[in-house]
Ligand binder design. Sequence first.
Ligand code: SAH
Length: 214
Amino acid sequence: MNESYRHKGLRKKLIEEIRSKGVSDNRVLEAMERVPRHMFMDSSFVKFAYRDQAFPIGCDQTISQPYTVAYQTELLEVRRHDKVLEVGTGSGYQAAVLLEMGAKVYTIERQRELFLKAQSFLPEIGYKPHFFYGDGYAGIPSYAPFDRIIVTAGAAEIPEKLFEQLRVGGIMVVPVGESSSQVMMRIERISDEEYKKSEHGHFVFVPLLKGKSF
Ligand code: SAH
């Protein structure tokens, strides 16, 4: 699939729409302007790639709404060279946005089919995160600590194991709550035991599930 002037134009408009909804971090918006979202979509939805909506990507999962990606990424305050753990690779779109911001990305997915698809597709278009197949609830202890952790599925509670893998001074952004709606939480690790928590509005994500699926 190629990238055309039309795609670029549609993407510019989408980014302006996200800006008008309140996201102002230019580093996030510029990164999103570079990622060809249409290439991450399921073939039946490609024509809608530059609508500000979530769409199915198979396995009952979705590629998140662009506004949600932008908002969550803004809260994460990613710096160049940060080591970032993403839970829920899905289509790989969020991972691509983080890579465009200069982060080193470790992304984990529990659905084997989505893991395999992202692992083969992303490098083809130049995005090279480290891919893991497993239960993101457990994080990736062998690569911890991380400067930033972003969870892209709704967690019933703050995943304790992930907090343990956050560097002191690090930030985790995770939607927490019931399956119908979650509160976006930003958790900053102040010391080994202490953290500062803040809440940033309601969102709807697919659930963070335990275990891995074959
Ligand atoms: N970041 C993705 C969004 C995908 S939706 C994107 O940009 O497209 C959330 C993803 O989280 C789904 O693919 C789902 O399979 C995955 N997921 C849910 N629970 C998980 C878990 N415990 N560990 C890893 N991935 C999980």
